[in-house]
Design a protein around this ligand. Structure first.
Ligand code: NAD
Length: 243
């Protein structure tokens, strides 16, 4: 069967590295973005130049109608989705008592609701074919507590719950659901912490002494996508942060 991947939030960071590696590994790939159309189109053009089959599509993963339309377009242009990578995510650091209800809701709508919307959209065909793989991107804060990141950490815990439960439900249907839980990765998302804090973190908390790279998470995502006897698992990729 033709390998077709949809990677959410893939105009930059971990998503872009994953979309690129998948395309270079022979998948037809849809690069999904919510903003920075220019970055998405730049990546699309680069991969097409390398001979890969790619498209890009704007959709907010929290919007079910937009996600359904995106999946329809992918089916029309590339074929049915055989690999879904739920990478899109947002974070917000603040003390719990300062979290506005809208912020709490938005984090859940994007990080967890996005997974719900995309999985619901691609699942009918995977069920029909009795084949498919889903890789959700959680975080080390999906299985450990994180001060000042209660909302983000809660959504990432929920993604692990979704992964494990859905894996049990879908295994008899030939569909695998796994999770990758990155540690601190050098992307736009962590720049809010500031260079000094990131250097301190790398030195004092990460046994490997450095932040992770997007490409290292992309490799782990593809590993979980292709691990044919593995489902319901969480692969932590964190330089030894939590052992
Ligand atoms: P990033 O901020 O560079 O990438 C996130 C991507 O998601 C961006 O392209 C953004 O535009 C997109 N996005 C956000 N909201 C969206 C929406 N509603 N619809 C569609 N796309 C949307 O950060 P990143 O580090 O590359 O993050 C990728 C994933 O990895 C996220 O789920 C994040 O929580 C997770 N993660 C990152 C780290 C880290 O240290 N960088 C650690 C653990 C987990």
């Amino acid at each position: 069967m033709k390998k077709v991947a949809l990677v959410t939030g893939s105009s930059r960071g971990i998503g872009a590295a994953t979309a690129a590696l998948l395309a270079e590994s022979g998948y037809a790939v849809c690069i999904n973005y919510i903003e920075r159309k220019d970055k998405a189109e730049e990546l699309e053009a680069l991969l097409r130049f390398e001979g890969c089959e790619v498209m890009s599509w704007q959709a907010d993963v929290s919007d079910a109608a937009a996600v359904n339309e995106m999946v329809r377009q992918v089916e029309r242009r590339l074929g049915y989705v055989t690999l879904l990578v739920n990478n899109a995510g947002i974070a917000k650091q603040q003390q719990f008592q300062d979290i506005e209800p809208e912020t709490w809701k938005r984090l859940f709508d994007v990080n967890l609701g996005g997974c719900f919307n995309t999985i619901q959209a691609v699942l009918p065909h995977m069920l029909h074919e009795h084949e498919g793989a889903i890789v959700n991107v959680s975080s080390i804060w999906g299985s450990h507590g994180a001060s000042c990141e209660v909302a983000y950490s809660s959504t990432k815990h929920a993604i692990i719950g979704l992964t494990r439960s859905l894996a049990a439900e879908l295994a008899p249907s030939g569909i695998r659901v796994n999770c990758v839980a990155p540690g601190v990765i050098d992307t736009d998302m962590v720049q809010v912490l500031g260079q000094e804090t990131l250097e301190e973190l790398a030195r004092d908390a990460i046994p490997m002494g450095r932040l992770g790279r997007s490409e290292e998470i992309a490799k782990a995502i593809i590993h979980m996508a292709e691990a044919t006897y593995t489902t319901g698992q969480v692969l932590q990729v964190d330089g030894g942060f939590f052992t």
